[in-house]
Design a protein. Structure first.
Length: 192
């Protein structure tokens, strides 16, 4: 018995080329990552709102749908800006976040002259700064003692910079109304 030879070269070439519909689907889902330096003012505003959504979702301050409404974002826009930092959300699974990220954040950093704008890419640094500002607010509100504040923050470094934790100077600055930070995130996007 003789076996029939098939043209295996044509078969493998047809298997390797994706169909027309598959090519369209792939080009839609694969977008280049956004570079913060190339964004215009409106896109930076959207980026900052998406980053705030990511922070709140990570801290458990609401459900994904509630936070989308709070920050005036569509789910598709949030996924465009946050990419792989949003996990789940398919087949009935809840949307969750990655444990840490490298997103650009314009935050305030405490110095002897007051809180100055500071750019960081570390979510852990932003979390530490947020914890510092919460403790400083408790210190100014007399819910945290001077000794506890200094024991926790004296000599601490974030992004190789030492935090300004001199309580007498902080209290003097508060009396002079130099410390008026309402939010951790700096509003420096308009100045660039």
């Amino acid at each position: 018995m003789r076996r029939r030879k098939t043209n295996s070269r044509k078969k493998t070439a047809a298997q390797n080329t994706p169909s027309r519909h598959a090519r369209k689907r792939n080009s839609r889902t694969q977008k280049p990552p956004l570079r913060y330096s190339s964004l215009n003012a409106r896109q930076r505003s959207t980026y900052d709102r998406a980053t705030s959504l990511l922070t709140d979702l990570r801290a458990g301050r609401g459900s994904y749908s509630h936070l989308l409404l709070k920050y005036h974002l569509a789910s598709r826009t949030a996924r465009d800006y946050l990419g792989h930092d949003l996990l789940g959300g398919t087949r009935g699974k809840p949307v969750r976040t990655s444990k840490s990220d490298r997103r650009v954040r314009d935050v305030h950093f405490p110095t002897a002259l007051g809180d100055v704008p500071f750019r960081t890419r570390s979510s852990r640094d932003a979390t530490k700064l947020s914890e510092f500002f919460n403790d400083r607010y408790k210190l100014l509100d007399r819910r945290l003692s001077v000794e506890d504040f200094e024991a926790k923050w004296q000599g601490m470094h974030i992004a190789r910079k030492e935090l300004f934790a001199d309580t007498s100077a902080i209290l003097d600055m508060a009396n002079a109304d130099v410390l008026n930070v309402q939010d951790l995130y700096a509003s420096t996007t308009n100045s660039r």
